[in-house]
Design a protein around this ligand. Structure first.
Ligand code: DGJ
Length: 698
């Protein structure tokens, strides 16, 4: 049983970790422990209640409260801030009771209540023992008769073991340059990572890792992520008394919520973990959890797709797509996806969004002929949509200008010539649901790329039933509702989440989408960086990666393939222009990928030499049973006298015998780990080497 309870103390245990908290002598819910699992329950420390310091600092600075509300002399970063109907802006929570539910998975709930007002706050904890992760979320309820105004509600706060010598790793980026890792010391004060754009955005990712002196392979790392596809906030705080804390939740920037009686507010789930196996260990825990517990189609390997975007842009029609499809099929592609440009009046990005029926000039007979053609070539058919958007030049906008996010007295800022439909509105949700359902019902579509190409501006919702600022949350719920309903009605369809590349890559969207388009940058060397950042919290099976024509003048096609083979392989180049020998090489790489696909998409991933830090990088995947693996090695541009580094394999059984393709006689797993190997490469060369267990014993 992973949940241990007593009247005033709770311990959650996973295979290797534990999390403990309880009531202190004053009845406050306080944090006790987050770290390695200990042999006995009594081993977990119960911190002494610290004495006060001076009248200038409240107890919040000494006592690590599990879920502090803003009240009294607490100047720390709180998890909850509200205004009651009588304008009192102070929330004093006291423990009420706890309960444990065993289904669908064991979860603990701790109920807190304001000492005066009818507000309850329930903290939920669900351990995921096999992944050494704990999921947390919060329910707010108004038991009174007047609304309570919520200004901030986070999903979780964690307190690190005492100390102020931690570093925070997080991600920064922009369009075509997503997922750059950034590690910095946490110093006294508050560090905030956030999105204010309606989606998690390219600028940051809803993920953090905190360590003291960890490496990729070893050392303690505390990490977490938020299952949320909208504005989020991570705040890491080091107090003046050397206490380090981190919180995650809905961003409170421009947030407001009118909590009505009888309408609970449930926050998105935070997923957190602890490891002593460094950043790599943390990633593998998260990646396995996503594969096994989150993805809609679980462990089913993803098909190799072709996407038309970079080849034809908006210039799609039956003839151009059929020509591409014929070549794609000959190369061994399994799924043909037609991107933007196929629907009514869509010839460039200035018109058409909202009118989701085939353009009469490009597809006079609808999509049926093309789909039949693609199917007859042995491939599934997929289609691009951007359902949340509308161009002012569209029938939909002319009929419903009031459906977009806007302030009535302000100009509507267009970005990529488009406006955002207000997905918080149920009439908008129903409309989108209707058109997409029709599209999927009338056509044999196996894959949908769901795109989202702009961030919010003038975030108004003039006829909102509650606080207009609920838009930030209700919009995301609207997307989830429509997408979720479509999934139920069309359970076999595979979905891709795209937001101008990797703007919406999170555990919320991955309950709906099977894979993610992680960047519009498909240049192979840039992609190595982007893929490494993405892998911190997301698995290779979700990482759609196309081989395209970027830098085709000097970047070998084989190198481009090898980079994309590190994820869910796709092709996006203009196949019409590819020579016969390039097509043959592509067919060979695709054949090879089919052999290693299960290991790449379902195996454990080891970042042996970082691509973000080195021009010579190596990445390894190992099957769950340790019977096989695959090693990718890349050399970008380095000086000629470059000293090829030793590569130490990981994840192998030290006591078994393994061969590594092209690297001599089989050796023990331990030898490959300890001694390693060298792979000689020239600039812009790459290798994919298969690893095989030739004997379980030495
Ligand atoms: C942005 C996406 O990231 C691209 O792959 C492509 O689908 C375009 N949108 C189409 O407009």
């Amino acid at each position: 049983m992973p949940i241990h309870t007593s009247p005033n103390r709770w311990v959650l245990e996973t295979q290797h970790t534990a999390y403990a908290f309880g009531l202190n002598s004053a009845g406050l819910l306080t944090h006790h422990y987050w770290g390695a699992r200990l042999p006995r329950l009594d081993d977990y420390p119960i911190p002494a209640d610290p004495a006060g310091f001076a009248s200038t600092d409240g107890f919040g600075h000494f006592i690590p409260e599990e879920f502090p509300g803003y009240a009294g002399t607490k100047y720390i970063d709180p998890c909850l801030k509200v205004t009651f109907a009588d304008e009192v802006r102070d929330v004093v929570l006291r423990y009420v009771d706890f309960s444990v539910k065993n289904s669908p998975q064991p979860a603990l709930s701790i109920r807190l209540k304001d000492v005066y007002y009818p507000l309850t706050v329930t903290l939920h904890y669900r351990p995921h023992p096999d992944y050494d992760l704990i999921e947390r979320w919060v329910t707010l309820e108004n038991l009174g008769s007047e609304p309570i105004h919520v200004e901030r509600i986070f999903s979780a706060k964690w307190t690190l073991p005492p100390g102020d010598d931690y570093s925070l790793t997080h991600m920064v980026g922009r369009h075509v340059d997503e997922f750059n890792l950034w590690r910095e010391p946490l110093t006294p004060g508050l560090k905030t990572i956030e999105s204010r754009r309606l989606i998690p955005s390219h600028r940051a990712a809803p993920w953090f890792a905190i360590d003291r002196a960890a490496s990729e392979d070893a050392g303690e790392v505390w990490f977490g992520t938020l299952a949320w596809s909208g504005n989020f906030r991570i705040s890491a705080e080091v107090t003046e008394f050397a206490s380090t804390r981190v919180s995650i939740g809905l961003n409170d920037w421009d947030f407001g919520w009118k909590l009505q009686p009888g309408e609970p507010l449930v926050t998105p789930a935070a997923i957190s973990g602890y490891t002593q196996s460094g950043f790599g260990g943390a990633s593998r825990q998260l990646q396995a959890y996503v594969r096994d517990e989150i993805l809609p189609h679980g462990q089913v390997p993803h098909k190799i797709l072709y996407n038309s975007w970079e080849a034809t842009l908006f210039d799609v029609d039956e003839a151009s797509q059929s020509a591409l499809a014929e070549i794609a099929a000959r190369m061994g592609i399994e799924l043909f996806v037609m991107d933007d440009g196929w629907f009514h009046n869509r010839n460039w990005d200035n018109a058409g969004l909202g009118d989701w029926w085939p353009d009469k000039k490009k597809f006079p007979n609808g999509l049926g002929n093309l789909i039949e053609k693609v199917n007859s070539l042995g491939m599934d058919f997929g289609l691009w949509v951007e359902p949340e958007m509308v161009n002012p030049d569209s029938d939909l906008y002319r009929a419903h200008p009031e459906w977009v996010i806007h302030f009535p007295t302000r100009a509507r800022t267009e970005s990529r010539n488009q406006l955002i439909l207000n997905m918080a509105r149920t009439d908008v949700q129903d409309y989108i649901l209707g058109v997409l359902d029709k599209l999927l019902t009338e056509n044999k579509i196996s894959f949908i790329k769901w795109d989202m190409n702009r961030a919010a501006s003038e975030p108004g919702w003039p006829d909102a039933p509650g606080d207009q600022r609920e838009l930030w949350v209700r919009y995301v719920w609207g997307v989830y509702r429509v997408w979720g309903e479509l999934r139920q009605r069309h359970p076999d369809v595979i979905w891709q989440s795209c937001a101008s590349g990797g703007g919406r890559a999170d555990y919320g969207i991955l309950r709906l989408a099977d894979q993610v388009w992680i960047s519009d940058n498909t240049e192979a060397t840039a992609r190595l960086h982007i893929q490494e950042g993405y892998s911190q919290y997301l698995p290779a099976i979700t990482m759609e990666a196309w081989v395209t024509d970027w830098n085709e003048g000097f970047m070998p096609l084989e190198f481009r393939f090898h980079v994309s083979m590190c994820g869910a392989l796709g092709v996006g180049g203009n196949l019409i222009k590819w020579t016969e020998s390039e097509r043959e090489l592509a067919a060979e790489c695709i054949r090879q990928y089919k052999e290693i696909r299960a290991v790449v998409q379902l195996g454990g991933q080891y970042r042996l030499l970082s691509a973000q830090k080195n021009a010579y990088s190596a990445l390894q995947y190992v099957s769950q049973d340790q019977a096989e693996g695959v090693l990718f090695v890349f050399r970008v541009h380095t000086p000629e006298k470059f000293n090829i580094p030793q590569i130490h394999l990981r994840g192998l059984d030290p006591e078994a015998l393994y061969s590594v393709e092209g690297c001599g006689e089989p050796r023990s797993g331990l030898a490959w780990l300890e001694v390693g190997l060298k792979v000689e490469l020239k600039n812009l060369q790459s290798r994919v080497l298969r690893i095989k267990r030739v004997s379980p014993n030495l």
